[in-house]
Design a protein around this ligand. Structure first.
Ligand SMILES: O=C(CO)[C@@H](O)[C@H](O)COP(=O)(O)O
Length: 225
């Protein structure tokens, strides 16, 4: 298990997204793009046309996190627009398997996101259909919220289920992750780290990425090194 860093551009300068991604290009692995529709979450960000242009302009692959209603209808289009990973929410989707297959059929990785109150167990048998599980460590919608320690037991359980499935799924965490909390999530089994304000709230986002990566690597369970 190596640590993957997927900084979120939610709190970056939306008038210069290409430039903002450029600031982390040498220090991050992916860029996490939060798509919010103002319905599934009470915030509105960007959609398909912007993702399509970013996919062409970005030096990092796009990891699109869809916080939208009806992802069954829209998720495959994000894969077609060039996102290399498309994650939709368990609470919003009607047909998770079909949607995951449609994403994969378009050459992207398929992710399943779980809100803090959503248990992972009902999805245990479906994990083989996915490339990633995203465990939210805040209520989705806004950056800069405090990390929810109450989600850690579910994160550990998700790691157990992934390991038991024998699959190669990534385990992503999103929300309130920074130097104060990364150790907790990595110890609990996360290998793919979203960080928004911890990166873009810093005067030097690339340096913030490097510090986060070093802290995450140091916290990796010994057996996984
Ligand atoms: O999905 C979301 C918010 O819903 C995130 O990706 C945020 O952008 C994370 O920001 P921080 O909590 O790291 O500031």
């Amino acid at each position: 298990m190596t640590i993957r860093l997927t900084p979120s551009i939610l709190n970056s300068d939306f008038s210069d997204l290409r430039g903002e991604i450029g600031r982390i290009a040498d220090a991050a692995d992916w860029v996490h793009v939060d798509v919010m529709d103002g319905h599934f979450v009470p915030n509105l960000t960007l959609g398909l046309p912007v993702v399509e242009r970013l996919a062409q302009a970005s030096p990092l692959p796009l990891d699109c996190h869809l916080m939208i209603e009806a992802p069954d209808r829209w998720a495959p289009a994000y894969a077609e627009a060039g996102a290399r990973s498309v994650t939709f929410h368990a609470e919003a989707v009607s047909a998770p398997l079909r949607t995951a297959r449609e994403i994969r059929a378009r050459g992207a990785r398929a992710g399943l996101a779980l809100n803090p109150a959503t248990p992972v167990e009902p999805y245990a048998e479906l994990l083989a259909e996915f490339d990633m599980v995203l465990v939210m460590t805040i209520e989705p919608g806004f950056g800069g919220q405090p990390f929810l320690d109450s989600v850690l037991p579910k994160l550990r359980r998700t790691r157990e289920l992934i390991d038991a499935s024998g699959g190669e799924l990534w385990l992503q965490v999103d929300g309130g992750v920074g130097l104060q909390t990364i150790e907790r999530v990595v110890e609990a089994g996360a290998d793919t780290i979203v960080a928004g304000s911890a990166v873009y709230g810093s005067a030097d986002p690339a340096a913030a990425c490097r510090e986060l990566r070093a802290a995450g690597e140091a916290a990796r369970p010994t057996a996984a090194r």
